[in-house]
Design a protein around this ligand. Structure first.
Ligand code: NAD
Length: 250
């Protein structure tokens, strides 16, 4: 018996990077997956790849910063599969910008996806889980939700918001048997971080900041999502797990 046999997982930002690894991990352990992304080509590619592996998938093109898109995605998943057991609320964006130069529209864009999108998805999926009387929600935060980083004020604010959104959701939803936790990765090599940093920067970063001596891989984070969604985490709610190779230990 696989750990997530008969479970339905709703994974946002599932078309590449960490979200794709999370979706793959749940699928390889028996879950059926709703793959949500705003990137049509990547989504089609991922759907094809997962289909070839024999995974049960629905792929849904949606922008999480649009509450109507999120509602339709949730309704579609429930109409096809009847329920949602696990939410991996992962979709997010990041780029660097000096605080003093940061334009209002860029600040709003960051919060629209990373915090508003997280809220729309968490709330709409929670309402379904309340009807079911159970569920597990894992929100993607970051070490940048726990400590600051130069040139990431907008990103840090969004991820700090996710950490506390998670705690309050856990307080309000415990009585419905819904657990809510967040995951705070450090440096994970994905298309997002590759777009921000060159190889030289990464080597120096690893040498000076990461105790384990390497960058993280998407699978390092996917396993933690699977743990938090599993029965092994039955008494864990309202907290965050840091996955950073020891970076925040100093
Ligand atoms: N890579 C890292 O080092 C790192 C560290 C900590 C936290 N995170 C967080 O992990 C999550 C995934 O990051 P990643 O590195 O895999 O990024 P990525 O850019 O490689 O992938 C992001 C995914 O989210 C989707 N997405 C983006 N905006 C969306 C929107 N508005 N609606 C729907 N889908 C959208 C993209 O299509 C893509 O599938 C993000 O929330 C990010 O902030 C990443």
């Amino acid at each position: 018996m696989k750990r997530f046999e008969d479970k339905i997982a709703f994974v946002t930002g599932a078309s590449r990077g960490i979200g794709k690894a999370i979706a793959k991990r749940f699928a390889s352990e028996g879950a059926k997956i709703a793959l949500i992304s705003n990137h049509e080509d990547d989504l089609n590619e991922t759907e094809k790849e997962f289909g070839a592996l024999g995974y049960g998938v629905l792929s849904i093109l949606a922008d999480v910063s649009n509450a109507n898109h999120v509602e339709r995605a949730v309704e579609y998943t429930v109409s096809k599969w009847g329920r949602i057991d696990i939410l991996a609320n992962n979709a997010g964006i990041a780029w660097e910008e000096d605080f003093l130069e940061l334009k209002d529209e860029n600040w709003r864009k960051m919060l629209d996806v990373n915090l508003n999108g997280m809220f729309y998805t968490a709330q709409r999926v929670s309402r379904q889980m309340v009807k079911q009387g159970e569920g597990a929600i894992i929100n993607m935060a970051s070490t940048n939700g726990l400590v600051g980083e130069v040139r990431f004020a907008h990103y840090n604010a969004s991820k700090g918001g996710v950490v506390l959104l998670t705690k309050t959701m856990a307080l309000e939803l415990g009585k419905y048997n819904i657990r809510v936790n967040s995951v705070c990765p450090g440096y994970i090599r994905t298309p997002m971080s590759e777009a921000i940093d060159d190889e030289e920067f990464v080597q120096e970063y690893v040498r000076t900041k990461i105790s384990i001596g390497r960058v993280g891989q998407p699978q390092d984070v996917a396993g933690v999502f699977a743990f938090l969604a599993s029965d092994d985490a039955a008494f864990i709610t309202g907290t965050e797990i840091v996955v950073d190779g020891g970076q925040l230990a100093q």
